[in-house]
Design a protein around this ligand. Structure first.
Ligand SMILES: [Zn+2]
Length: 145
């Protein structure tokens, strides 16, 4: 885990152990632009490390719609491709095998979380968890909140 302090899990109000700060920290540590080749050995160290990385990523970037659909929007195509690969490693499938274009650069883009409208400076891509794998996603990855 990049030589940081070992995760200190705590019980949340649902009686589930969480490592909130650490996975967020891990993700913060990997601030853009993410050098995938550099982080690979740490992220893929074991299944738990993969889960922690994904939790940090989805916690920061994902949008959960009312129908339960879990979608992530990002401008980093390579990073999204890597996330699909990691999800597959822990047997969670996305609706597409590669990131899909959501908005081309220059167009208006509504930030899904805040609803704020802005002009995207770069192409925005998305990936979506295949609904049949939501349960597994919550078991293996989950969110901190
Ligand atoms: Zn590990």
């Amino acid at each position: 885990m990049l030589g940081r302090e070992p995760p200190r899990p705590r019980l949340n109000k649902y009686g589930r152990w969480v490592v909130a700060v650490q996975s967020r920290t891990l993700y913060e540590l990997l601030k853009k632009p993410v050098d995938i080749d550099r982080i690979r050995p740490f992220v893929e160290h074991c299944e738990r490390c993969i889960s922690m990385f994904l939790r940090g990523f989805f916690d920061s970037e994902a949008c959960v719609y009312k129908d339960g659909t879990i979608t992530v929007y990002n401008t980093d195509y390579k990073l999204l491709t890597y996330v699909i690969y990691l999800l597959e490693k822990i047997s969670i499938e996305t609706t597409q095998k590669e990131p899909r274009i959501n908005k081309r650069a220059g167009g208006p883009f509504r930030e899904p979380k805040t609803g704020k409208l802005y002009k995207s400076r770069r192409d925005v891509y998305y990936i979506r968890i295949w609904r049949g794998f939501n349960k597994r996603f919550y078991e293996k990855v989950g969110f901190n909140h």
